[in-house]
Ligand binder design. Structure first.
Ligand SMILES: *Cc1c(COP(=O)(O)O)cnc(C)c1O
Length: 229
């Protein structure tokens, strides 16, 4: 559905205001980045959000990322890959040079990605995805292994530049459980700060305020920005 500019402006204002309200409870100095998840929306809405000042966009499929980067090439947008990366799509993703690959979810993927980056004499900024909700349907490394795997990637896979962690909150109505998964992720992020981690990516349309209060400094918001009143 293509939304008109006033609708998108109202949605964006609401999200920005909610982010503001949450981040100020953490600290005046706590800055939060908004990445618009465009996967369910039309190209036209991305263009309009750009006109409204939004610059960072995320996609969860390499093919769609490629098409949209090409279609919107003239705009100075920052693109994030946020979905599971299939091994046979690694080369395509490298060629797209995304600003940040948020879904590096296993040591095996890191190894493959590093090998292909090396072959192309290229580097990629990545986040280590953690499955702190412990859900079988979610990918990501466990909280127990996250610190070791992060350091292993840093030491052994030099073409991957790790910038922090990403998680998807627990899929439940139980706010306590969602909060727990965010708190676990944030405590691991804090341990990794000495290894140079600067990004703690957590929070989506249903839970970004909670995520920010738990220390998130990057939220990935989709449906809340594309609702039609
Ligand atoms: C789809 C998606 C989002 C955004 O979800 P909304 O609930 O629509 O805000 C955020 N992160 C990831 C990894 C996603 O796949």
């Amino acid at each position: 559905m293509i939304l008109d500019k006033e609708q998108l402006r109202a949605n964006l204002d609401e999200v920005i205001w909610n982010i503001e309200e949450a981040r100020i409870t953490v600290s005046e100095h706590h800055i939060v980045k908004l990445v618009t998840v465009a996967k369910y929306t039309e190209l036209e809405n991305i263009r309009t959000l750009y006109e409204l000042g939004q610059r960072a966009f995320g996609e969860n499929q390499v093919q769609q990322l490629k098409e949209r980067m090409a279609a919107l090439e003239e705009l100075p947008l920052e693109w994030h890959m946020i979905g599971t990366l299939q091994k046979n799509k690694i080369n395509n993703l490298i060629d797209l040079r995304p600003a940040l690959m948020q879904s590096l979810d296993s040591i095996e993927l890191a190894q493959e990605l590093n090998k292909k980056l090396e072959a192309k004499n290229s580097k990629m900024h990545c986040l280590l995805q953690m499955n702190t909700a412990n859900e079988k349907t979610k990918s990501g490394v466990s909280a127990e292994q996250a610190v070791d795997i992060y350091q292993e990637i840093k030491e052994n896979y030099p073409n991957i530049i790790l910038k922090g962690v990403m998680t998807i909150g627990a899929h439940t109505e139980d706010t306590k459980l969602i909060q727990q998964s965010f708190e676990t992720t944030h405590s691991i992020y804090e341990k990794l700060e000495k290894d140079g981690a600067t990004i703690c990516s957590m929070g989506m349309s249903g839970d970004y305020q909670l995520a920010i209060k738990c220390g998130s400094n990057l939220v990935r918001v989709g449906s809340a920005l594309f609702k039609q009143k």
